[in-house]
Ligand binder design. Structure first.
Ligand SMILES: Cc1cc2nc3c(=O)[nH]c(=O)nc-3n(C[C@H](O)[C@H](O)[C@H](O)COP(=O)(O)OP(=O)(O)OC[C@H]3O[C@@H](n4cnc5c(N)ncnc54)[C@H](O)[C@@H]3O)c2cc1C
Length: 317
């Protein structure tokens, strides 16, 4: 049996489509685990591929990794699942290795693919900063894997599907830690992960004010979404972290990604390589970004951007 766990509905739906595929191939069932407060009707998971939803009956208000690890281990024991897909988000990254350690088994993190080969669950992940792909198999059960967002597309809703919803208490020890304060991260409410077009800015911009050149271009595209490389957010603080794209930022999959003044280091590429069309504007013809781009403009962004905006405006009118 395959188990899916995330406390984010969207990520559950994405993993569910892969879970369904693995389970069908192995002739097994898929269960979604729900722990703590959830606004999602368990039926929604069934309509999108689950055979069962196991709702751990608790009154937990917030995520505490010690408690969630014990509860998830309890669900695994009760349901006898063998393969567990956990979202590779902030909570999942903390939870999965602890769970593997508690269950004395292996954990493959940040999978870029999961499939069955020779009857075995097999996972791929990027290693050596993107220079190689490791293909890994488990030598023990259960198999624990973490899956980044946007890797798999959710299945279509199928109202005719039916399944089982289990509501049961699972024993756990109360965590010795207390949450004293929850503070909202500073952000501008930008959702780069769901954007259909992104105009992304790098260190090629000389001043914060110059970002308006990219904003002019973004205004001509659906969603007006601006992204950035790490230095603009983490070092220069020109943009909040919700704009930050890459390995340690957000993973995006827009229809069009326009990288302006971005060199194309692997840590940035890791976050945007799945975009449908990648356009790069860079004054260095040797810039790495051109290796990942479908279209490249070699030129100074301060000259290229105004011309591009004017040309698109003229075409639109
Ligand atoms: C563990 C780790 C995690 C990381 N995670 C991330 C991450 O999530 N996201 C991320 O982005 N980075 C990440 N980085 C940093 C990454 O390695 C690069 O340093 C970063 O992506 C570089 O940003 P940049 O391309 O904007 O800047 P630079 O590398 O400085 O490139 C600037 C580019 O702009 C071009 N340019 C300059 N002037 C102009 C002009 N006038 N017109 C046109 N082009 C111009 C230059 O030719 C150059 O190619 C990470 C690094 C580490 C070690």
């Amino acid at each position: 049996m395959v188990l899916i766990y995330s406390n984010d509905k969207k990520l559950n739906m994405e993993m569910l489509s892969k879970g369904r595929e693995l389970a069908d191939e192995l002739g097994k069932k898929v269960t979604v685990a729900v722990i703590g407060k959830s606004d999602t009707d368990p039926e929604e998971y069934i309509k999108q591929g689950a055979d069962k939803v196991f709702v751990a009956d608790t009154d937990l208000e917030s995520f505490k990794v010690e408690e969630y690890t014990e509860i998830l281990a309890g669900i695994i024991e009760k349901t006898g699942v063998e393969t567990i897909l956990i979202s590779s988000d902030k909570d999942g990254k903390e939870l999965a290795p602890r769970l593997a350690s508690m269950m004395d088994t292996g954990c493959v993190t940040e999978c870029t693919d999961v499939y069955i080969e020779d009857g075995n669950v097999t996972a791929e992940r990027i290693i050596y900063s993107g220079n190689a792909v490791a293909v890994e198999r488990f030598i023990k059960k259960p198999h624990i894997l973490t899956v980044p967002a946007k890797l798999f597309d959710p299945l279509e809703v199928d109202d005719s599907r039916s399944g089982e919803i289990i509501n049961e208490k699972v024993a756990y020890d109360e965590s010795p830690s207390k949450i004293l304060k929850v503070q909202q991260m500073e952000c501008e409410g930008v959702n780069v992960e769901d954007a259909t077009s992104i105009v992304s800015c790098g260190r090629g911009f000389k001043n914060k004010e110059d970002i308006k050149l990219a904003e002019e271009l973004a205004k001509l595209l659906p969603g007006e979404t601006i992204g950035c490389s790490r230095p603009l957010s983490a070092d220069l603080k020109w943009m909040t972290e919700d704009h930050w794209i890459g390995l340690s930022g957000h993973k995006v999959k827009p229809k069009i990604y326009i990288a302006i003044g971005i060199s194309g280091q692997i840590q940035h590429i890791a976050g945007m390589r799945d975009s449908d069309i990648i356009v790069a504007i860079n004054k260095d013809p040797e810039a790495l970004i051109f290796k990942s781009a479908d279209y490249g403009v070699v030129g100074d962004l301060y000259e290229v951007l105004p011309k591009l905006v004017d040309t698109i405006k003229a075409k639109i009118s």
